[in-house]
Design a protein around this ligand. Structure first.
Ligand code: NAP
Ligand code: MG
Length: 398
């Protein structure tokens, strides 16, 4: 059998711990036998990040701008323990944060739906994709404790020195205050990423804020989305048969619970933080969640939503058997391969991605799965496989 050829490379970002082990197994059993894999390899494992003073992370993000498609393994974000464990020169920043800052994107997270892993919300038939704005609001806020009587104002000082003031509150006793901001440019990128992703995946977009209460702040989000939609997307959406729907955040939450799923829910930063945890746990498992960063220029970086599964890695190092779920990492690869196929007009590559996803889903639906799923499945008498057995069971079907 001839292997599938690739014309343009995918940026491959290797990672850490258990997911690094899965990464190699996936390549060995599921990719290399079928594809002449063309990747530009960047080792984002913590040792090499430390060795290159994190330059490798920056290089990998810039390569993503060049080739437009990347696939990333989970990586360690160092804390004090990791600095000791790996004898690091510095507490390097989160690679995801660095990559996001360079690509300026929005993160889309969607559950991988299989029969036998049922959502808690019975009417959810299709995945709900959360698109979280990843800049500003309370995550870049300034706060003060107010000790007693006095007034708090917002002051804007323009370049010419002129001041505009807005009273926050005249305090008669102790209290608290918070100031936060966002940028029109960042909100515009967010809107474009959501609309582009909707066209890509042929799904409606829902967006919600509290614009009735926050008549300037939240209303600006609403207005920017509407302006960009009307200027650049309305016709394309009509053609694709999809819609853009704006409502109030409380109405959106109520509608999500009653819906069938199958749309993109664009969320402001805080709403996305809170709601993505609700959606992922209600759909079953973080290991059954895809995650892709989409930049406003149309660059795509695919990854798993979970971390490096440290606990399993330490078992693996001791020679003990692990049953780590590789589905999200497999889907990161298929997402990247399909996108590469689409961009290059390589139908064979895109079709391979579909088949690998189907083989993965079929394996679970046939009752063969890792331990985390075996514990929650509604399939009677599931077979619990170890990390490698599960990947080999998929290879057999593929
Ligand atoms: P984690 O890797 O998400 O794992 C937490 C727990 O969730 C695991 O111990 C395991 O539970 C379960 N789990 C997660 N993924 C699983 C999978 N694929 N299969 C089976 N079970 C899975 O979080 P962590 O162990 O707290 O974090 C480890 C490292 O990951 C940290 O250094 C953090 O910086 C990094 N991290 C990276 C990313 C990223 O690169 N995108 C995201 C988050 C965290 P049981 O132990 O009960 O089996
Ligand atoms: Mg959260």
């Amino acid at each position: 059998m001839d292997k599938i050829k690739m014309t343009t490379p995918i940026v491959e970002m290797d990672g850490d711990e258990m997911t690094r082990i899965l990464w190699q197994m996936i390549k060995d059993h599921l990719l290399l036998p079928y594809i002449d894999l063309n990747t530009e390899y960047y080792d984002l494992g913590l040792e090499f990040r430390d060795k290159t003073n994190d330059q490798v992370t920056i290089d990998s993000a810039n390569a993503t701008k060049k080739y437009k498609v990347a696939v990333k393994c989970a990586t360690i974000t160092p804390n004090a323990d990791r600095v000791k464990e790996y004898n690091l020169k510095e507490m390097w920043k989160s690679p995801n944060g660095t990559i996001r800052a360079i690509l300026d994107g929005t993160v889309f997270r969607a559950p991988i739906v299989v029969r036998g892993i049922e959502p808690c919300v019975m009417n959810w038939k299709k995945p709900i994709t959360i698109a979280r704005h990843a800049y500003g609001d309370v995550y870049k806020g300034s706060e003060m404790k107010i000790p007693g009587t006095g007034k708090v104002e917002l002051v804007y000082t323009a370049e010419d020195g002129s001041e505009t003031r807005e009273l926050v509150h005249s305090f008669n006793g102790p209290g608290i205050v918070q100031g936060m901001h966002n940028l029109n440019d960042s909100i515009e990128s967010f809107a474009r990423s959501c609309f582009n992703y909707a066209l890509d995946t042929c799904q409606d977009v829902w967006f919600a804020t509290k614009d009735t209460i926050s008549k300037k702040y939240d209303h600006t989000f609403k207005d920017i989305f509407q302006d960009i939609f009307e200027a650049d997307y309305e016709d394309k959406f009509k053609e694709a048969g999809i819609t853009y729907f704006y409502t109030l955040i409380d109405d959106a939450v109520a509608r999500v619970m009653k819906s069938e799923g199958g749309y993109i829910w664009a969320c402001k930063n805080y709403d996305g933080d809170v709601m993505s945890d609700m959606i992922s746990s209600a759909f079953g498992s973080l290991a059954m969640m895809t995650s892709v960063l989409v930049s406003p220029d149309g660059d795509y970086e695919y990854e798993a939503a979970h971390g490096t599964v440290q606990r399993h890695y330490y078992k693996h190092l001791k020679g003990e058997e692990t049953s780590t779920n590789s589905v999200a990492t497999i889907f990161a690869w298929t997402g990247a391969l399909r996108k590469r196929g689409e961009l290059d007009g390589n139908a064979e590559l895109a079709a391979f991605a579909d088949k690998l996803e189907q083989a993965t889903i079929d394996t679970i639906e046939a009752g063969e799965m890792t331990k985390d799923l075996a514990l929650i499945t509604t399939i009677p008498n599931p077979t619990s496989l170890n990390s490698e057995e599960f990947i080999k069971a998929i290879a057999k079907r593929l």
